[in-house]
Write a protein that binds this ligand. Structure first.
Ligand code: FES
Ligand code: FES
Length: 165
């Protein structure tokens, strides 16, 4: 058993009695009350559990909680408040709004992971090609949409981001 200290969405958090081999995903969902990251495969294959670890998108089901010690995690719950973003309370991150507006959410199970991955790509690459988008989202499986609406949503978010500059 161990204690894990991790900053989640800008807030220092502590999880006690974490067992060896417990995943970061489990800690987020079951210990820290953040069920936004989904657990579908728990084998690193679907991307529904994607979070940012020190900025980099990872499958949180594959990260041992102990590996997150002292690091910064951003989950889908924190997207609207990411550093430098001036969203009001209750307002969505631009990428979230774009997913809704483009009709890219069906069952929604894949959505949190896609949002985290797409948001990270848009931060690095404000003007992505379709190829860039496909590559950034290649680890995120969606059984419902056939991906075209997801592509539309990310293109829309990129276009809006450009307009806002
Ligand atoms: S639950 Fe982590 S990749 Fe599927
Ligand atoms: S919307 Fe259902 S898996 Fe993507």
């Amino acid at each position: 058993m161990m204690r894990v200290n991790v900053t989640v969405n800008g807030r220092p958090q502590q999880a006690d009695d974490v067992w060896e081999g417990e995943s970061l995903l489990y800690v987020l969902r079951e210990r820290l009350g953040l069920p936004g990251s989904k657990n579908a495969c728990e084998q690193g294959e679907c991307g529904s559990c994607t979070v940012r670890l020190d900025g980099v998108p990872v499958c949180s089901c594959l990260v041992a909680a102990g590996q997150a010690e002292g690091r910064e995690v951003v989950t889908v719950e924190g997207l609207a408040q990411l550093a430098g973003r001036r969203t009001e309370d209750g307002e969505l991150a631009p990428v979230q709004q774009a997913f809704i507006d483009a009709g890219a959410v069906q069952c929604g199970f894949c959505t949190p992971g896609l949002l985290v991955a797409a948001d990270e790509m848009l931060e690095r690459n404000p003007n992505p090609s379709d190829e860039d988008i496909r590559e950034a989202l290649s680890g995120n499986l969606c059984r419902c949409t056939g991906y075209e609406k997801i592509m539309d949503a990310v293109r829309l978010a990129a276009a809006r981001q450009q307009e806002a500059v």
